[in-house]
Design a protein around this ligand. Structure first.
Ligand code: NDP
Length: 329
């Protein structure tokens, strides 16, 4: 990586997030040991990453415990990093310990702060919409957490454009702090939600976006072109559903697209992971792309995506579109 880290505003807010950030899903407290987690966090921070993404549901709270311990011992000033949690999936499945009720939104915030060993969460997401809780109840709970200083910015993840419209109108009507960011999946094979559904909210409301699975859980690295490597995510117990999805019969055209994209990557003198991540960064509605990695060599490679962004000329983008659009959602 030669290009210094770039910082983008989180939508219309004044918060600056590194264009590349780092997340804990699957890996922390699960697929990798704690020393590797520490090496990854320090590699990221040393490269200018200032946003670390987490959730109550990652390894049933263990991912936050591991990250909290690393943050505590890091010596980094609290103002130098942004840390998130997400509420919905819960650590246990007992009644009131999942979802977006006022009770769970508030209790989960305090539990996450305790696990992460921080006084406040910079970003706090509703990890999914909750059909069993009125949006107004969730908005009021989020507003209260922001007003009390426990959360700085609240947002959503995988909410529809219509659900966001309702949240905005509730917040405007009641004078509440509204959502600042949404966390959608966005990559060469999952495009329409951000490009079609969310883009109007980004333009009109200044909604920021923190992108998840920029490499489609590794599919876009080419590592699944010829089966599943033993040491990969798809062999992690509990992720059989993801393995079925990424190795099923429907994935053939996407594997063919990955092979075609590899030709472009080679011509540009880069790698498939860097190409896929740089492509996400080209979208002006993207505030930050959250990287995932199970070893430091992957993370170091992926941070090099910043060098690739200027190589994605309109002509190259058109070739990438021609390959990815026909096989993308
Ligand atoms: P990616 O799609 O980038 O997948 C990351 C995985 O791909 C790595 O763990 C690794 O898997 C493989 N990989 C990455 N780089 C390379 C490389 N250079 N060479 C070979 N393999 C590579 O991102 P994630 O799915 O991890 O998502 C990123 C973050 O987004 C998460 O940590 C989380 O914070 C957030 N997220 C949020 C969700 C939400 O609902 N809001 C859902 C999912 C993620 P392997 O171990 O197999 O090598």
């Amino acid at each position: 990586m030669n290009t210094p880290m770039i910082y983008r505003r989180l939508g219309r807010s004044g918060l600056k997030v590194s264009a590349l950030s780092f997340g804990a899903w699957v890996t922390f407290g699960n697929q990798i040991g704690d020393p590797v987690a520490k090496e990854l966090m320090h590699t990221a921070y040393d490269a200018g990453v200032n946003f670390f993404d987490n959730a109550e549901g990652y390894a049933a709270g263990k991912a936050e415990l591991v990250m909290g311990d690393i943050l505590k011992k890091s010596g980094w000033t609290r103002s130098s990093y942004v840390v998130s949690s997400k509420v919905f999936f819960g650590v246990s499945k007992r009644p009131n310990e999942t979802g977006l009720s006022r009770k769970h939104v508030i209790e989960a915030c305090h539990a996450a702060r305790t696990r992460l060993q921080v006084d406040y969460l910079d970003l706090y997401f509703c990890h999914r919409p909750d059909p069993e809780t009125p949006i107004e109840e969730t908005c009021r709970a989020m507003h209260d957490l922001v007003s009390q200083g426990h959360v700085l910015y609240w947002g959503t993840s995988e909410w529809t454009a219509a659900q966001l419209t309702e949240a905005y109108s509730v917040c405007e009507r009641l004078g509440l702090h509204g959502p600042s960011m949404e966390q959608p999946q966005y990559n060469l094979f999952n495009r329409a939600n951000l490009e079609v559904n969310l883009a109007p909210h980004c333009s009109a409301r200044g909604l920021g976006t923190t992108i998840w699975s920029p490499l489609a859980s590794g599919l876009l690295t080419g590592k699944y072109n010829d089966g599943v490597p033993a040491d990969s995510r798809l062999n992690t117990p509990g992720l059989e559903w993801l393995r079925d999805r990424l190795t099923g019969p429907d994935v053939g055209p996407q594997i063919a697209a990955v092979k075609a994209l590899a030709v472009i990557a080679r011509e540009l003198g880069t790698t498939l992971p860097c190409l896929g991540i740089a492509w996400c960064l080209k979208n002006p509605h993207v505030s930050t792309v959250i990287l995932g990695a199970s070893r430091a060599s992957q993370l170091r490679e992926n941070l090099g995506a910043l060098d690739v962004v200027p190589l994605l000329t309109p002509a190259v983008m058109a070739r990438i579109d021609a390959i990815s659009k026909p096989v993308a959602n």
